[in-house]
Each structure stands twice: as structure tokens, then as C-alpha cells.
Design a protein around this ligand. Sequence first.
Ligand SMILES: *Cc1c(COP(=O)(O)O)cnc(C)c1O
Ligand code: SF4
Length: 376
Amino acid sequence: MDDWQNLLKGSLTKPEEIAERFGLDVEEVKKVAKNFKFRITPYYANLIKEKGDPIYRQIVPDPAELAENSGAADPLNEDEDSPVPSIVHRYPDRVLFLVSHSCGSYCRFCTRKRKVGDSTKINPRSIEDGLEYIRQHPEIRDVIISGGDPLMLSDNKLEYILKSLRAIEHIQILRIGSRMPCFLPQRITPKLVKMLQRYHPLYMNVHFNHPDEITEEAARALNLLANAGIPLGNQTVLLKGVNDDPEVMKKLVQKLLTVRVRPYYIYQADYVKGTEYLRTKVSKGLEIIQAIRGWTSGLAVPQFVIDAPGGGGKIPLLPAYVQSVDDEKVVLRNYQGKVFVYPQVDSPDNQVPAQKPAQKGAFKPEFMPELEEMMY
Ligand SMILES: *Cc1c(COP(=O)(O)O)cnc(C)c1O
Ligand code: SF4
């Protein structure tokens, strides 16, 4: 057994343990856990400074999860776009490949609560069906290896999947989505990255939601990955009481760049059953983007998206920088709120004139006599 597997074994998984540690009612914890299991790695539990803080809210089972008021079991309608159980094929050229049902710890806001943590839903045996589906669909050029968390698999199992995918000619890029660098950075070992770098071009999207999660250990893990030439992106979920504050989010994205992770997406929290207490208003995300764009490195600015309920996919949202567009001008607002006018191109119909198809050897600078002089 690897060191990280031993560390994982020491996780908080018993209602009694968690009730005692955080002063909760054990019966209540049991009820919540029946609905969606919990696990908290000792490393991540140690990041909790006090009850109800941003780390705590992400990971400790909360009776508010049992509220029946709203939310859907499968808000993104993933099951509808799922030709085989381990694949979600929603976009033309890429698929989500679910290879693991378990995670290092279980996020209370998880979109795939209905599947994650349940070995009957994401079954290791369904991996073969997924591979076969990808083989038979030449339009797929990008595979997002997800779950659950793919880095919960042993190095050997993960390598088998990567190798099988690399053997498919139409696959150009591979991506791994993992929260292990956040929950259990010890999972990122020299042995793992040595294996991963045999399957380039390989990208990794990690998942950090708060600046306090970027510890020295996490930085070490991310450094190993970046040194192996794996471009790193980050996905953040906007959560009430966790990161719904422009200053916190700015600190997070700046800190990510210092560990060579490029902020990729901020997700509006999905409309998942039992997560209402963690959702924010959409205007909060727009406010956050407005507080980052222009005020700090453009590299630090992620796209704010809503994964549309019902399966519409990710839709980007931007603060209103474009105030108006007409035939003569575009009125723009900069990051400070100052207004600027950009004149439209001046042509009879205000459109870029169509280019004549270039004919080889027949170049005739009709409108530019001075150019003709220069040429001959
Ligand atoms: C997010 C997602 C992808 C990847 O989207 P990108 O915008 O390319 O990162 C692919 N398939 C599904 C079903 C997704 O939810
Ligand atoms: S790591 Fe990802 S898949 Fe696992 S519980 Fe968290 S959000 Fe869900």
C-alpha cells in the first residue's frame, strides 16, 4: 500500500468521530450521511480553523442538506447525454469519462452527489464500455477523465486508462480533473508524475475554492505536476460563506498563479438538491469578475460560467463592459467604470469589404498607384 493510501485510511468517516470533533449531534450526522456519504482526509480536516469557516462549510455534513425545498438530483441532465454509464457526451468533440466513483473527501455541494461515493453507479467495470465508446467515435479528440476523482485509482489502474486512450488515434489531448492536490497533496508523488508525463499532451484541472487551501504541501504537489510539463488549470465553485467575496477570490486567483496554476472556470453553484445553503446569487459572480478583471493580471481571470440546468452546457457570463453597439460606434466601459467610444469601420454598409480571392501571379494594385511605383 502506498503512503497516500495509508493517509486516506486515516480519514474521518464515522459519524461518531465527526460529531465529537466538531460538537455535532451524532444522530443528525447519521441522517445527513445516509443521504450523501462523507469523508474528510486528516490533512484537510486540519485546515479547519473553526466551525463554520470556509473549509468546514465545504466538507462537514450539514443538516441543511436535508432541506427539501429545491434543487434537482441531476441538474445538468447528464444522464440524458450518457450513451454508456461512464461517458457524458454533450459537446461535439469531447467527452467526460467517469472512471472513479470515490473522492479523497466529499464536497457537500457536489453536482454528482447522485453517483459519487456509490460504487454501483460509477463502476470500474464500466471503464471498458467507455473506452469502447471512445474508440468508435472518431469525432472525439479530447477526453476529460473525471469521476469521482481519477487520482483515487492506483497508479497502475490510471496508467491502464491513459495507455488505452493514447492508443486511440483520434484522441489528441487528455485531461484529468482532480481535487486530490487540494484534499490529499501526498497523492502527487514523483512516481505518479513520472507515469503521467508519458501520456502527453496531458492537462490537469485541479479544484481549489479558497486561498487557505494552497498550503506548502499543495504547492509542492502542484510544483511536481508543473515540472512534469502538465499545464494546470483550476476550477472553483462559487459558494456562500466560502469564497463569495471579491477579496477572497482575488487572493485565491493570485495565489494560484504563484504555484503555476491558471484559473480556468468559476462555476455558479449548480442547482443540486440539498445544496441550497451554499448557493449565491448570480450577481455575486459578476461582481467578483468585475473586481478582478483589470485590477490584477489578466492571467488570473477565470471565466464565470453557469452550467445550464437541463443540459445546456457551460454558458459564460460577463459583466456589462459593452454598453451599446450601433453602426457608428461601440460604447465600452473599462474596469474603472470610465466610458470609451470605439468608432466602427467606415465603409458604405459598415462592413468589412469582402476580399477578392487572390489569384496567383495576377496581383494588380489597382487602388494604390504609389505602391505600383515602388514595385516596378
Ligand atoms: C465541462 C464539460 C466538458 C469540458 O468543457 P470545456 O469547456 O471544454 O472545459 C465536457 N463535457 C462535459 C459534459 C462537461 O460538463
Ligand atoms: S471532488 Fe469533485 S466529484 Fe468529488 S465530491 Fe468534490 S466536487 Fe464531487
